[in-house]
Design a protein around this ligand. Sequence first.
Ligand code: BTN
Length: 340
Amino acid sequence: MARALSNKNKNTYDQLESYLHLLKSPNFSSGQLLAKNAGISRSAVWKQVQRLRQCGYTIESLHGQGYRVTADTTYPVPWELCRILETSFVGKGRIVYRRSVDSTQSLAIALAEKYRGENIHGAVVIAEQQTSGRGRMKRKWISPQGGLWLSVLLKPSIPIASSTMLSFVAALAVCEAVRQVAGLPATLKWPNDVMVKDRKVAGILLDLSAEAETVNYAVVGIGINANIDVSRLKIERGGAPAITSLKGEIGQDISRLELAKALLENLEHFYNILEVGKPEEIISKWRQRCSMLGKKVSVIQGQKGEVLEGRAVDVNADGSLVLEGKSGSVAVVSGDVRIL
Ligand code: BTN
């Protein structure tokens, strides 16, 4: 897929880059010049300008003068993201971008299945909004315009037992990106929620395709409530109290382009640590960012909703949570944590 995707993208983005280059110059570019340069009609120029506006660019148009970009986009559009991304494989020339999709996770899985034999490692699917976003435990993930919704395709060369660590890698990457771009004291809550002041700001969903001892591919889904009004999230999530957004915390929009860049760069960084066989380094960094260790918690497990209570004392190298209860300590492998 990466090859097919890269070639197709390259041509489209090259064309767009030359077009944008003209539009971004301080002087107005006439419709005629833009049309001639891109080899398209003047009405097609107008349509392109509309499309670019939908992609977040502010474009001034003046009768008799033409068009010019007065403010660059802050949307995670692939041609801008590829340009600024400092990674060696994550997202490099392999980004699928949609205005609206049912779920980036479902699309990424479909692409992974379709292009099984090809090098899909590091490909990214981003959407401006999702109509059927998926959360953990088969929950719905409300994903309006303004959030950062993306899925990263990986072909990890790590033992299957370590593959669940990918969600810890992703949570750490989100935590660091939120700190760097929004300047917020983001923390982690087991297993992989990213919190700001005890409210969830981002979540991770990991889908694995594996046979015997081999992971065919992994899809790491990341949802960050970025530029969304908290009131909207609360209404849409049925009044759940522990939800927030970056905008709700800092009172203004952030650049989702910068956030996507920081996120993908951090993801590659932590992934590389896992791949060289150092999961304990990931866990150790994770512990530093974790805000719930030492606290009394309840863990709701599985479909049956079995509840365990105790003190969350540690996270093991395999990612399980060590819970110290009345009858000793247990390692919990999955569930939802509430801090008591
Ligand atoms: C959670 O429940 O905490 C996990 C939420 C994961 C949401 C992301 S948004 C991008 C990707 N596409 C989806 O449908 N889900 C994940």
